[in-house]
Design a protein around this ligand. Structure first.
Ligand code: JHZ
Length: 410
């Protein structure tokens, strides 16, 4: 089966779901099109976003088979962003210190990708285990001596590992909780693998900036859930885990780092966030009701801006063959009539084409070679890093366009 449509909440299984945004039938954001596939039909799936009135979880209704979503040629490699590498290193050094980790400890990462995070523990002599279902990134991790099992993390795998005596002091899970179809099984698996004194440190994009800054492009089939603190709190408690601390992070347009433990010790960061969400009304559907209109304002504004630039005779390219870029260009309808090419540092993406709109992906050097007048920042979350690298392009008169929350020329 390629996909199925849910009628109950991914967390609490209530039927009280209300759809507040429909992005239409959409191609898969990380399924880049190869040159010899350009004339083949592309699979596309509904992308409807709903709110659960019982536990407050925002979620998409369609579940695409993970074997299709995270297939062998899954192109996302964490190590292409120096900012992400630095961010991950600081996280590990902080935990080594806070939890007094040693050569006797064990750190597990779920969705460990190419070993970008665990390698920091390996360097300090701390034992690690990576678990990731994507062949390419998992092989890259093993190559740099980050032991990695190429598998999906499920409740069953957790039971198997626990039976082998594997118990972790720290479990990392960055940008994975929102990706798993069996949300409850995944959290139950974490509980199973965590020592009584252990901590799960989980990063996930935060629902509040998504709504406040109209980051609708971060919605795609890989992201099944869009978490508020209150929905997370309920999810963990159901499995005997407690969300004791959160940190707000700027990464990916605004994320949360969650510190989750088997013992209850809720700090002020969590109680304050719960109170804020309650007072803002994020725990009821009204908060989300005008989101669809806000998305259409971005659509109209960005289309008008790009069309005007084209009419004035300017050339436009885009930066970042990001998954979020696929949602943006496909929902707004930005094709090769507006954008000539996309650049991306990730060598696994170069030479392929964006899903849906089939815009060619080239190395970043193409910007200086072809000198487009404008560059649409599809990876707007890395705007500062990208502009720093491309300072020569800007110095020579090139301009960047940031699409959200309001399309602007930087
Ligand atoms: P980036 C990914 O989404 C995929 P994407 C995934 N589904 C997820 O959950 C989120 O991350 C969190 C490139 N780049 O990271 C690299 C440059 O070329 O925002 C990427 O292709 N030069 C797992 O894909 C893209 O831009 C650079 O200097 O939306 C950025 O994609 C930098 C910094 C990035 O995530």
């Amino acid at each position: 089966m390629q996909s199925h449509t849910r009628t109950t909440c991914r967390s609490c299984e209530s039927e009280n779901l209300t759809v507040f945004l429909d992005l239409g039938n959409t191609a898969l954001a990380d399924r880049l099109v190869k040159a010899d596939e350009l004339n083949c039909p592309e699979p596309s799936f509904p992308l409807k976003v709903a709110f659960c009135a019982d536990c407050g979880l925002v979620q998409i209704l369609e579940t695409v088979n993970p074997e299709i979503l995270f297939a062998d040629d899954y192109p996302y490699y964490s190590s292409f962003s120096p900012f992400l590498l630095q961010h991950s290193k600081e996280n590990t050094l902080d935990l080594i210190d806070r939890r007094q980790l040693t050569g006797e400890s064990l750190v597990i990462e779920l969705a460990s990708n190419d070993g970008y995070l665990l390698k920091n523990y390996v360097e300090q002599g701390i034992p690690v285990l990576g678990i990731d279902p994507a062949d390419g990134p998992a092989a890259a991790a093993n190559k740099i001596n980050v032991p990695t099992r190429c598998e999906f993390f499920t409740k069953e795998l957790a039971e198997q590992l626990a039976a082998e005596g594997v118990k972790a002091d720290v479990i990392h899970g960055n940008n994975v909780l929102a990706h798993v179809a069996d949300t409850n099984g995944f959290v139950a698996g974490i509980k199973q693998l965590l020592k009584d004194t252990g901590v799960a440190v989980i990063e996930a994009p935060y629902l509040k900036p998504l709504i406040d800054h109209c980051e609708f492009d971060t919605i795609y089939h890989e992201h099944l859930c869009y978490f508020s603190v209150s929905a997370l709190d309920k999810l963990f408690r159901r499995h005997g885990l407690f969300l004791n601390e959160i940190k707000h992070l700027s990464i990916h347009g605004g994320s949360l780092r969650l510190y989750v433990e088997p013992v209850e010790n809720v700090g002020s960061s969590v109680s304050e966030a719960l109170a804020e969400e309650e007072s803002l009304g994020m725990t009821s559907i009204e908060y989300f009701e005008d989101f669809s209109q806000k998305v259409d304002v971005v659509k109209t504004g960005l289309t008008a801006l790009l069309r005007q630039l084209k009419e004035e005779g300017h050339s436009i390219a885009a930066y970042g063959a990001a998954a979020k870029g696929a949602t943006l260009i496909n929902y707004i309808g930005i094709g090769t009539d507006l954008v000539d090419f996309v650049v991306d540092r990730n060598v696994h993406k170069q030479g392929k084409f964006m899903p849906g709109q089939k815009i060619e992906i080239l190395p970043p050097e193409a910007l200086m070679e072809r000198k487009p007048d404008y560059v649409l920042l599809l990876a707007w979350n890395f705007a500062d890093e990208i502009r720093e690298q491309q300072s020569e392009y800007e110095a020579q008169g090139g301009k960047f366009i940031k699409p959200v929350p309001d399309p602007i020329i930087l």
